[in-house]
Design a protein around this ligand. Structure first.
Ligand code: NAP
Ligand code: ZN
Ligand code: ZN
Length: 347
């Protein structure tokens, strides 16, 4: 076994504390990655608080991971020692179900292995990226573009791909009018990506102080969702809305902003159900759909797109002993726009 250290929640809702644990020895197709940076996703917070149910403790969160390969298994071919590697929300899948065959591993029906809080093939629980090292089958690691700084790449592994995938699915480009609900980690990536794809982007935020930032990120419109007349002026103007809001909210308010045949894509996962009025959809044949991260090839496509377009996340780098403070600040909406942990601070 390979000894490592990290930060874990020992019980639901408890502050994270330093934690020593082990990673498996390398199988022939595995690589050992020294983790350099790991983003803090709101999903980490939901799971530490066990808001979705099913969390197991001790729990080392983290699925926006970048690092360097420090050892390779005897049969590993894709990565060499010294290469940068990215790891997102899953570390293995069955490889043979229809979704896996189509490169949509995130929808695997044969047993997806999440990066943390999941049963690995060997029966052990997986632990995430708030740690110094991780072992992964090399086919599930991603290549990092050379021109981007690693700390800005980490959030692309979840916040980036989760917003990129539905933008591509709905063929967002020049002339598309996109609304982004919530300007947090996911939301700020949605704005950057959609605007770079050529769309006209409007941010729908309950934080008026984020207006200037939203413009700097590439949005042309900003609506304070507490201002009902400003919301009403946007009625039936948008083609696609990406809903990244992490807390319970009224989706009907936003569905009315879609044109006929427009689509709202849920990516945020509030802890309680959303109440959708049928007329919000029926009246203009609107679609309400959702999206889960992205598959391996699409995640690589996103990373390559970001390399070409020179897009990284806007990050605030913190030391590991600041994780609990960062959780509080994320919950208070006080982050611009992703906390990223410098994992070397654990040494
Ligand atoms: P985040 O950085 O905390 O951003 C969430 C944003 O939601 C906030 O910045 C805020 O935006 C808005 N918001 C928060 N509370 C609100 C409230 N009470 N009413 C209205 N708006 C509120 O979180 P994140 O990391 O981007 O994650 C967002 C959600 O996506 C989480 O639920 C997470 O679990 C989920 N997620 C899903 C996937 C997937 O594959 N589908 C992947 C990753 C994350 P404003 O201040 O601008 O209003
Ligand atoms: Zn995430
Ligand atoms: Zn599968």
């Amino acid at each position: 076994m390979i000894q490592t250290k990290g930060y874990a929640a020992m019980e639901a809702g408890q502050p994270l504390v330093p934690f020593s644990f082990s990673r498996r020895e390398l199988a022939p197709n595995d690589i050992l990655v020294e983790i350099l940076y790991c983003g803090i996703c709101h999903s980490d917070i939901h799971q530490v608080k066990d808001e979705w149910g099913g969390a197991t403790f001790p729990l080392v969160p983290g699925h926006e991971i970048v690092g360097r390969v420090v050892r390779t298994g005897s049969a590993a071919k894709r990565f060499a020692v010294g290469d940068a590697a990215g790891i997102g929300c899953f570390v293995d899948s069955c490889g043979s179900c229809q979704s896996c065959k189509e490169g949509l591993q995130q929808y695997c029906t044969g047993g997806l292995v999440w990066t943390y809080n999941s049963k690995d093939r060997d029966g052990n629980l997986t632990q995430g990226g708030y740690s110094r090292h991780i072992v992964i089958r090399e086919d599930y690691a991603l290549r990092i573009p050379d021109n981007l700084s690693l700390e800005t790449v980490a959030p692309l592994l979840c916040a980036g791909i989760t917003t990129y995938s539905p933008l591509r699915r709905f063929k967002v480009g020049k002339g598309t009018r996109v609304g982004v609900m919530g300007l947090g980690g996911l939301g700020h990536m949605a704005v950057k990506l959609a605007s770079r794809m050529g769309a006209e982007v409007t941010v729908l935020s309950h934080s008026p102080k984020k207006e200037a930032d939203s413009k700097a990120l590439g949005a042309t419109g900003f609506v304070n969702t507490k201002d009902s007349s400003a919301v009403a002026r946007l009625s039936e103007t948008l083609d696609v809305i990406i809903d990244t809001i992490s807390a319970p909210h009224d989706p009907n308010l936003y569905l009315g902003l879609l044109k006929r045949d427009g689509a709202m894509v849920l990516v945020g996962v509030p802890e309680s159900p959303l109440a959708v009025h049928a007329f919000s959809l029926i009246a203009r044949r609107r679609t309400l759909t959702a999206s889960l991260i992205g598959g391996l090839s699409e995640t690589q496509e996103l990373l390559d797109f970001c390399g070409k377009e020179n897009i990284g996340a806007d990050v605030e780098v913190i030391a590991a002993d600041e994780i609990n403070k960062a959780y509080d600040r994320t919950l208070a909406g006080d982050v611009r726009y992703r906390f990223v942990i410098d994992m070397k601070s654990l040494d």
